[in-house]
Design a protein around this ligand. Structure first.
Ligand code: SF4
Ligand code: SF4
Length: 444
């Protein structure tokens, strides 16, 4: 039995089968089948670990692979049962048994690992043809955000790239505020905001620059590894974690910022778990230290703005040209992000991103009744597109109830699912989907 599973053993033995987790689980709500519920998964895992039930591997795998790792069940469980890490361990076991030679999924995962735009583009095209049929994923266009000298910023002339083009330090022109000058920050893009929606990375740094914050961007950074671990490939996940930690090591950075909720979940929550003291025998001590240091410095963009506020540094107030009605979809992984205390007058509506909403004049936020999951779940929507679509459809139900002009969110995975409206709804009138940082950047 694996170490993490050992740690969680107590956790699954704590399940009293009360069923409180069922109403919050997206896969259960899409099927109303216990087999796809947290309680059902815990029951299956317990049986497998205790060798009680002769299980068909394919059935068992179906139950585990349809878990989106959204964390909603752990949030509500009165007994502290953590389904996510247990499911990951089970997926890892299947990976070893299957010893998969080639599949579209493994091709896409490898593409994410290399950060190679051509491979990523081919992976998505293949997925489009064989998996999603018409999924509205844009093919990576133009140049990726990192891996190229040209980062396409307005403050371009101020970019300082190292001689070998391994990193760039984007320095803002008006860096006169000493309090800000002394804050050294890096930017972690993540694979989707590098290759598919590079404009989000660009907007994030642009918004930081407009607030007089210079940003260090190493080109060797890669995917955070969430798609890999959610597919049970723990080895690749750990390889990517170490690569990312080493990429940011040379500069003495206080904070490393990301604008993707899934990346912050992976780095803040999963890196410490898989590089914990209990994993000592599997990882070199110095590598463990590097990854844990990196994890501690990683903050979501909203958390970073709230840190500035606590330091007495106010970010710029933005204003829209005209009033805009919007909803904010809270990504499951943003809700589970580390150490964030909402500080907004809108906190009951949108949680962590509240402070920034307060900073955009003209933005009218409308509440979402339930804030359902969007159905993305890392590789889940690639592997189980039909179930994913059903989950997204439910999300659109509550979105339409609020009649927004724009859907805002803060996660690359959520953007992919929410932008798939054509397939979800068969409607010609799509509601635009934006990352909140884009809107903030445009407003200042
Ligand atoms: S809420 Fe917790 S204890 Fe209750 S069934 Fe779900 S996992 Fe078990
Ligand atoms: S992590 Fe999410 S999808 Fe998985 S069992 Fe829990 S609630 Fe369901």
């Amino acid at each position: 039995m694996e170490n993490i599973l050992n740690t969680s053993l107590k956790s699954f033995e704590n399940c009293v089968k009360c069923g409180k987790c069922l109403p919050v689980c997206p896969s259960y709500n899409a099927t109303f089948n216990e087999f796809f519920s947290p309680r059902g998964r815990i029951r299956l895992i317990a049986s497998e670990v205790k060798d009680e039930l002769p299980l068909r591997i394919s059935k068992f795998e179906q139950s585990m692979s349809t878990c989106l790792l959204c964390g909603r069940c752990a949030d509500i469980c009165p007994n502290g049962v953590k389904t996510g890490p247990l499911v990951i361990e089970e997926k890892n076991k299947f990976n070893k048994i299957k010893n998969e030679r080639f599949s579209i999924d493994s091709f896409a995962l490898n593409a994410l690992k290399t950060n190679n735009r051509l491979m990523l583009s081919s992976g998505l095209r293949l997925s489009n043809i064989f998996k999603f049929k018409n999924l509205n994923i844009p093919k990576p266009s133009g140049r990726p955000f990192i891996l190229h000298k040209d980062l396409r910023f307005t403050a371009e002339e101020n970019n300082i790239a190292d001689k070998n083009l391994k990193s760039v330090h984007i320095i803002t022109e008006h860096n006169t505020n000493n309090a800000i000058k002394n804050i050294n920050v890096g930017y972690f893009s993540g694979c989707v905001f590098n290759s598919i929606y590079p404009e989000i990375s660009k907007s994030t740094i642009s918004a930081l620059n407009k607030n007089n914050i210079s940003v260090f961007v190493p080109f060797s950074q890669s995917c955070c590894g969430l798609p890999h671990i959610s597919s049970g490939d723990i080895a690749s996940f750990k390889e990517l974690a170490l690569n990312n930690a080493l990429s940011f090591k040379e500069k003495k950075l206080e904070y490393i910022i990301t604008s993707c909720a899934s990346c912050s979940f992976s780095i803040n929550k999963l890196y410490p778990l898989y590089f914990s003291a209990e994993e000592k025998n599997k990882t070199k001590e110095n590598e463990r230290t590097e990854v844990l240091n990196f994890s501690k410095k990683l903050v979501d963009i909203w958390e970073f703005f709230s840190i500035l506020k606590k330091k007495g540094i106010n970010i710029k107030q933005g204003a829209l040209n005209k009033e805009l009605d919007a909803v904010f979809h809270i990504p499951c992984h943003l809700k589970n992000s580390a150490n964030f205390i909402p500080i907004s007058k809108n906190e009951n509506l949108i949680g962590e991103a509240g402070s920034i909403i307060d900073n955009i004049n003209g933005l009218n936020l409308k509440p979402l009744k339930h804030n359902y999951c969007c159905g993305n779940g890392g590789m889940f929507n690639m592997r189980h597109y039909t179930m994913s679509k059903d989950i997204t459809k439910r999300k659109f139900g509550e979105i339409h109830d609020a009649s927004p002009e724009v859907i805002l969110t803060s996660c690359s995975g959520c953007m992919l699912s929410l932008k798939d409206q054509k397939n979800i709804e068969n409607s010609k009138n799509e509601i635009p989907v934006k990352h909140l940082i884009e809107l903030y950047d445009e407003s200042i």
